[in-house]
Design a protein around this ligand. Sequence first.
Ligand SMILES: Cc1cc2nc3c(=O)[nH]c(=O)nc-3n(C[C@H](O)[C@H](O)[C@H](O)COP(=O)(O)OP(=O)(O)OC[C@H]3O[C@@H](n4cnc5c(N)ncnc54)[C@H](O)[C@@H]3O)c2cc1C
Length: 487
Amino acid sequence: MTSSKVNETPETLVLGAGPAGLACAMELARAGRRCTVVERDQQIGGLAKTLTVREGDDVFLTDIGPHRFFSKNQYLYDFIEDLLAEEWRRVPRLTRQFVEGKYYNYPVNFGQVVRNLGFLKSVRIGIDYFLARLRYDVLGKPLRTFEDYVVANFGRSLAEFSMINYSEKIWGVSCADIHPDWAKQRISGLNLLSVLRNAIGFGGKKGPKSLVDEFYYPQFGTGRIYEAIGERLLSKGTDIHTESRPVRVAHDGKRITEVDIETPGGVQTVRPEHVVESVPITAFLELLDPKPPQAILDAAGALRWRNQVYLFLTLDKEQVTKDNWIYFPQKDIPFGRTSEMKNFSKDMCPEGTTSFFVEFFAFESDKIWTMEKDEVLEMVLPFFEKWDFFKREDIRQCYLWKRSHVYPIYDTSYKDNVELIRSYLDGLENLIYVGRPGRFRYTNQDHSLEMGIIASRMVLEGRRYDMDTVGAENEYFEKGPIYEKRI
Ligand SMILES: Cc1cc2nc3c(=O)[nH]c(=O)nc-3n(C[C@H](O)[C@H](O)[C@H](O)COP(=O)(O)OP(=O)(O)OC[C@H]3O[C@@H](n4cnc5c(N)ncnc54)[C@H](O)[C@@H]3O)c2cc1C
């Protein structure tokens, strides 16, 4: 985005232009401070960017996996509203699971489950729940894994139906090997009884709209938030170097002393006062010179990431379904989720058309990771034709994208490894590491933005804040009223 010459002595060097890095740069710019942002990709926005696909005069926009905005932090809504004004809109939410040819609301609606599954299976859900309470409450079985947590709260049958199968698709490992932190973030405060209360009309349905019913979304895709930040930054003199990356981070054990940046124009060395890093923590550790102790490298080597493969179809069809997105927990269906961007904003595709986004979860060793576009299309098309979503002749074009380091895997040893790495990195006093990849934390946009904002305060105020307080409430993140606009 800017000239290939990198400022040799920036006050702050920001590595990675995703939500976390950009929020930091934006807050610094607002305080009248310039910084240098370095981003590996051509486009800023990280996992939350919106891609533009041109087919002749027709333009299709898509997030890389649908991104709705939700937060309990008023500051963030104001932050985005200031950037997007009337482009920032409320969207009604419809999210469902599709199991054995039937739709189920998400989050789970017990009444609907009973109607669709029938009396016997519903009785089974009740008995399993009773047995689970007995095992975990009365007999005191400890909650050591994600599986324990969801079985204790929902009983095995409902847990498998609604959470375990889908979670195993995301992570590619058994839920018995997933840390309960994942459950705290996803379902804390929810259990079979609360779901039942909602089903029979107590709680949830009355009162203000909640994050379950509606969310905020920019008119032209979630990436507009980050493009708007980019525009503001450039107007305030902040340098953003895209297609550039750090290749060496030198330190003296106490401070980062210099960073070599590879840009399209060659490698340049910079000596920043502060480094705010949001690139994958495992990759960052490999750049350190001298290398970290072997125990730290071993801990980094034990951290695992899950990748994603995305198939994007443009369709000559008015609409596939009314859903924002649909989950497919069944193990015999190769993809995990689909989304239709038109149902977020009609401006995401030309009139009379729609688009369809299909997400797969993968390790590099999985077959899907190496498959070609046409192979992937042929694998999934029979499902969509059978369910009457669309037909081969509706497809205009098909695109395939792949991304690594998408999900930090919360396996049962991740926490110890992350803590060890952090105790080492915290010894570098001018380093602040933030964001989903930078802290190996499963964050949404709001928590990444918040971390970036906190990082800027550390720079501006010259003091440390505890980054782990972001999202530390450990509450089911869809609870709470939706924010009312101020303008
Ligand atoms: C499929 C999917 C759906 C999601 N849905 C939602 C949603 O509905 N709502 C929501 O709020 N959030 C959602 N998220 C989460 C959201 O995308 C992330 O929380 C957010 O993007 C994280 O921001 P970040 O800055 O921490 O990290 P990232 O977005 O990962 O940004 C890191 C940046 O660093 C860059 N980088 C990496 N390596 C290097 C390097 N070596 N040198 C230079 N730059 C580098 C990357 O290119 C990237 O731009 C979703 C994520 C996914 C994958």
